[in-house]
Design a protein around this ligand. Structure first.
Ligand code: FJE
Ligand code: FE
Length: 321
């Protein structure tokens, strides 16, 4: 009798301490969402329309990211001849065809699902225009800052066609295209001077994805379509944030190493972008991003005088239009 009581008591203590319920009701292991910001269309370039995510006043310098634009360009628009220095531009096409040409003769067309990862480094002058057709050019352009030691590196292109980009399919109804970084054990070959994750998620209704993320990375989700429920407990209740199309949802910076994403009645299409912050000063002058004012003056001088990486800018004009 006495023995049984003791055992029962010991068992109760054990249950109190190790209750399996703890794993359900305890604080979430997922990052949470600190803000949700809607991007409305605005004019950019020449006759182009963009929804600006990172880079808009409420979301300035989400270190290491400088800008994310969801662009929509018809036959009459585009981004004619312009320079870059000090960062990377990543163009990911969703629909239509986009052509580019730079001052070193690098030229090409990217179509739906294709990726162009361009490291401007010390200098690129190029033109980015839709291929004339009945389909608008629709895609994303992400600007990733470069650490001080890489700002003046040689320009580099990493170009991947849709079918060359690896996919993770953790279960039926969840497909993750891995442009950069890693998802469910599938890793991208893209070399990122600034450690970056760039993932395209397509989720059917009633699915749960758990994406791991290094503890020191900042990150966000940009919703393309559908609805997600992000963060919160394993039961998908406390602290869950609803994500709708054209919203940017920024992750808490609390050292947690997963982001929980759930779909309910609707499917969802979104990009998951994260990176290691540089913690370096940022001085931006349009398409030039350096660490000091002095470096910006030098950059403007170099571009005007076609020196120090901008040699080929002298007299160059693109042939595409
Ligand atoms: C620009 C400097 C720029 N968003 N989305 C100044 F480099 C640009 C620019 C772009 C751009 C290009 C593409 Cl392909 C997609 C973009 C800005 O080229 F618009 C301004 N005003
Ligand atoms: Fe550009």
């Amino acid at each position: 009798m006495h023995f049984r009581t003791t055992t029962t008591f010991a068992l109760s203590v054990a249950l109190l301490i190790f209750s399996p319920l703890d794993f359900v009701t305890s604080a979430s292991t997922s990052r949470s969402i600190t803000r949700a910001v809607l991007s409305e269309e605005q004019d950019e370039g020449v006759g182009a329309r963009v929804r600006r995510s990172i880079g808009r006043p409420e979301l300035r310098n989400h270190d290491p990211f400088l800008m994310l634009d969801e662009f929509n360009i018809d036959n009459n628009g585009g981004f004619p001849d312009h320079p870059h220095r000090g960062f990377e531009t990543v163009t990911y096409m969703l629909e239509g065809q986009f052509q580019h040409e730079d001052f070193a003769g690098h030229k090409g067309v990217i179509g739906p699902g294709d990726l162009q990862w361009m490291t401007a480094g010390r200098g690129i002058v190029h033109s980015e225009m839709p291929v004339k057709s009945n389909t608008r050019a629709h895609g994303l352009q992400l600007w990733i800052n470069l650490p001080k030691e890489h700002k003046m590196c040689e320009p580099q292109y990493q170009e991947l066609l849709d079918q060359e980009i690896p996919r993770a399919q953790p279960e039926e109804g969840i497909v993750v295209k891995v442009m950069a970084g890693k998802s469910y054990g599938v890793e991208s070959k893209v070399y990122t001077r600034t450690p970056t994750m760039f993932l395209d998620f397509k989720m059917a209704p009633h699915k749960v994805a758990e994406q791991t993320i290094p503890a020191d990375y900042t990150g966000f989700i940009y919703m393309l379509s559908g609805t997600t429920f992000i963060g919160g407990n394993n039961d998908g209740e406390n602290g869950v944030f609803e994500g709708k199309a054209h919203h940017t949802l920024t992750f808490s910076e609390d050292g947690k190493d997963t982001v929980r994403i759930e779909t309910r009645e609707e499917p969802a299409h979104f990009v998951f972008i994260a990176g290691q912050p540089l913690h370096e000063p940022i001085v931006q002058h349009g398409p030039f991003v350096m660490n000091t004012n002095e470096e910006i003056y030098e950059t403007v001088f170099d571009f005007r005088n076609a020196v120090n990486g901008f040699e080929r800018a002298d007299q160059w004009r693109s042939s595409i239009e």
